[in-house]
Write a protein that binds this ligand. Structure first.
Ligand SMILES: Nc1ncnc2c1ncn2[C@@H]1O[C@H](COP(=O)(O)OP(=O)(O)O)[C@@H](O)[C@H]1O
Ligand SMILES: [Mg+2]
Length: 362
């Protein structure tokens, strides 16, 4: 009967990514108790009204095709597909997706976006890790108000770092290991090896998403990252004006050269919302949209410039977590949903092992 149920589920599409519900990562549980069937299914957007119709459709199809089943209970949970190469034996094999949050230029709000996006993904129900890859200028410890040092544990005779947990997010940063004046003088190889340790010698456990808050530009850290693990994708953060956009394009083409797809663009500091409700486009208008029009890369969202975003960042309480009802928080939540969708689509259609070869350690 299991097979019959799977066959029926295969004919019904998960409506957001157009895969049958029999996909191994969406079909989470089938259990039969007498004439009652319980199904736990992954879905890209758990909270949409139209999900009700899909449930009814699944239930009706199953009852029609399998006479023994009189009653069904269907539960939808967040369904996150894996980047296929990550299921292989890799240095961070428990991680389903790795995403670089990058930009060409500094000061566009990468770290702010990375932290709030990571928190928003946690709030959607995902398990999330955040690596501060800005070895020379780590800002994640401040933005999450973490001062605790990571503990070291022995796993299979090896010393492993344990990421620090804050607000349900797992975090690792050089700023947690050495004082910030020490790391800034590091160059090339030392910085790269610190970043590698955050992957190979850190116990991340099982994660849906591991985000990397990148340093600005296209230097050795970017190269190290793309050569150490297969990245699922990059997110490019840009501000609306032309120079920043040109830098964003540089960032994107760098990832393209190492075969990493850009999953989306996020425009930050898009506008200032005036008390009368109108928008003032301080830094010009439409940079992210323009990049989308030229490249086809999805525009994941536009974040206004807002004092609360900076203040909450400075206090170590990301706005999306501390003020979930604010308009800006809703924008971040929406961006996280768009990201989940784009990554699921990407992973569904990704040919196996399309990524570059991995340079082995040692
Ligand atoms: N949308 C925004 N509104 C207001 N301030 C912002 C916004 N995005 C970022 N900032 C502020 O701008 C500064 C630089 O942001 P940061 O995230 O550190 O940039 P990056 O990581 O790209 O260097 C920080 O003080 C941050 O609080
Ligand atoms: Mg930063």
């Amino acid at each position: 009967m299991q097979d019959k149920i799977k066959e029926i589920l295969g004919k019904i599409n998960e409506p957001y990514i157009n895969s049958g519900f029999n996909h191994q990562e969406l079909l989470k549980k089938i259990s039969l108790n007498g004439d009652k069937l319980y199904l736990k299914l992954g879905i890209t957007d758990v909270n949409k009204d139209r999900n009700k119709e899909i449930k009814n459709l699944i239930s009706a199809e199953i009852k029609k095709e399998i006479k023994e089943i009189k009653e069904t209970e269907i539960e939808f949970v967040l369904g996150i597909l894996s980047h296929k190469s990550h299921q292989k034996d890799m240095i961070i094999s428990g991680v389903k997706n790795t995403i670089a949050v990058a930009s060409g230029k500094g000061g566009v709000g990468k770290s702010t976006v990375a932290v709030n996006l990571a928190m928003a993904l946690v709030m959607e129900g995902a398990s999330v890790g955040l690596i501060d890859a800005d070895i020379y200028g780590p800002s994640i410890p401040m933005m999450l108000n973490i001062s605790k040092r990571p503990e070291v544990e022995k796993i299979n005779g090896r010393n492993m770092l344990v990421p620090v947990e804050k607000y349900g997010l797992k975090v690792m940063s050089i700023g947690l290991l050495v004082d910030s004046n020490t790391a800034v003088v590091w160059r090339g190889p030392m910085a790269s090896s610190a970043l590698k340790q955050f992957m190979s010698d850190t116990d991340w456990g099982e994660l849906d998403y591991l985000l990397f808050d990148m340093p600005p530009g296209t230097g050795d850290i970017q190269l190290t990252l793309s050569q150490t693990i297969p990245l699922t994708g990059a997110i490019i953060v840009t501000t609306p004006q032309e120079i920043s956009l040109a830098d964003a394009r540089k960032g994107q083409s760098m990832f393209e050269k190492v075969n990493v797809s850009t999953v989306g663009v996020i425009e930050n500091m898009s506008y200032f919302l005036k008390p009368d409700g109108t928008k003032e486009y301080i830094f010009g208008q439409g940079g992210g949209k323009k990049m989308h029009d030229e490249t086809g890369i999805p525009l994941l969202g536009e974040i206004p410039i807002n004092t609360k975003i900076r203040e909450q960042g400075d206090m170590g309480t990301p706005i999306v977590y501390s003020m979930p009802e604010e308009n800006e928080s809703k924008i971040f939540r929406n961006i996280s949903k768009n990201l989940i969708l784009e990554l699921n689509k990407l992973n569904l259609n990704r040919p196996e092992n399309q990524n570059l070869e991995i340079i082995e350690e040692g």
